[in-house]
Design a protein around this ligand. Sequence first.
Ligand SMILES: [Zn+2]
Length: 468
Amino acid sequence: MLDVTTTVNGTVWPGIPGPFASQLLAMQCQFEAIQWLSPEELLARQTRQLGRLLAHAYDTSPFYRRRLDAVGLPAERVHGPAEWLRIPLLTRSDLQTQHAEILSRSVPEAHGPQSQLFTSGSTGRPVMVVGTGLTQLFWNCCTLRDHLWHRRAPGATLAAIRSLAGEIGRAPEGLTGEDWGPATRGIVNTGPSYTLSVHSTIEEQADWLQRRDPDYLLTYPSNLLALVQHSQAHGWRLPRLRQARTFGELLEPHVRRACRARWGVGIVDMYSSQEVGYIALQCPAQEQYHVQAENVLVEVIDEEGRLCSPGQIGRVVVTALHNFALPLLRYEIGDYAEVGEACPCGRGLPVLRRIMGRQRNMAILPDGRRRWPAIELAETDELADFPPIHQFQLVQRSTTAMEMLLVVHRPLSAADEDRLRAWIVSAVGYPFEVAFRYVDSIPRSPLGKFEDFRCEIPDARDQERGDG
Ligand SMILES: [Zn+2]
């Protein structure tokens, strides 16, 4: 039960929220009920919203008008999955090459201000995505739901170690916020939040974490594992820590085990993307994920394009239900997932048992220190001037040399390569020698994992895999 912050002088209880918080709470009130609907009831409601989205895309996006005409599918005729599955998948390649055609020519004013960001997602394929005030509202709603599901104590402190643009949030101090951010602001009085750039070395992060001594820690799985291992090797702990939270990469079971063994706390993972926001959150009662059906339609499809059954692994295809600026209809996001059975918790929100997305390990500096390479490009535009890059993968070949594999639409000039080299050195945080190799494609592992950064120094891989 939330102890809502009041905004009216002379009142303390019950809390009377302001306009922004009221909207979030009204959404949360619906979210509370929606999660218990049956899968059929959920799909029926999603289909109503899909109809609106499809009509908007057809009316205002030249790309979708052509695409939907080609399959003879005017918006009003979609009544469910049978028609919906006829819409061709939207690929990252489409987004890279036809971005301007996909953008809506007329976004309703009520959807709020638009924002752009550049991301390579979990596939090493950079795209520009556009969000609105409305998509931000859904982001905040899902963040609040995650806090509620996992019963976080509002007065506690929250630390995050994540990718930040440029010099923002560097060690030793990082950033300090007076609260947890917009998802809880004006609703409850939270403790402070601390944020450190993941550009910092593991040693710098360990030092910062011990000084901040947070209740909750949010970071990438590979970075969390490196911290746990450093804590083990150097004998430090986080005495207040109640829960670790992860995002942005494949979370493997051995990372959960290592975290529990060393720090005595579990991990709550989340599945989100820059393109569509939250896709799935970890169930409050199980180590599997519930699709955030209010925000996104998720289809997991096999090689023939059919919907997978529980136990099957397939490609993740998402439709953002409320993005009317850059409509993403049946967007193949580049991850794989295993469909789960109905969840014992009783929630009707669809279940993903496992998610197989980006996989990474740490970069190793010549002096042996380790650092998480911040090369996913999120919230930065350093590579926005490099449209010829179709896909990339950075590989550490030795303690002094990196190689970037590139799939390009056209060759980079020497000047382009110099700029890219400077960007890589900054993103990895050390002046490595950087070579480029042009290739036709960059393969995934058999289970569909994509490594946008790989370290080929043998010790590093042993260290990360071998903790059991
Ligand atoms: Zn559940």
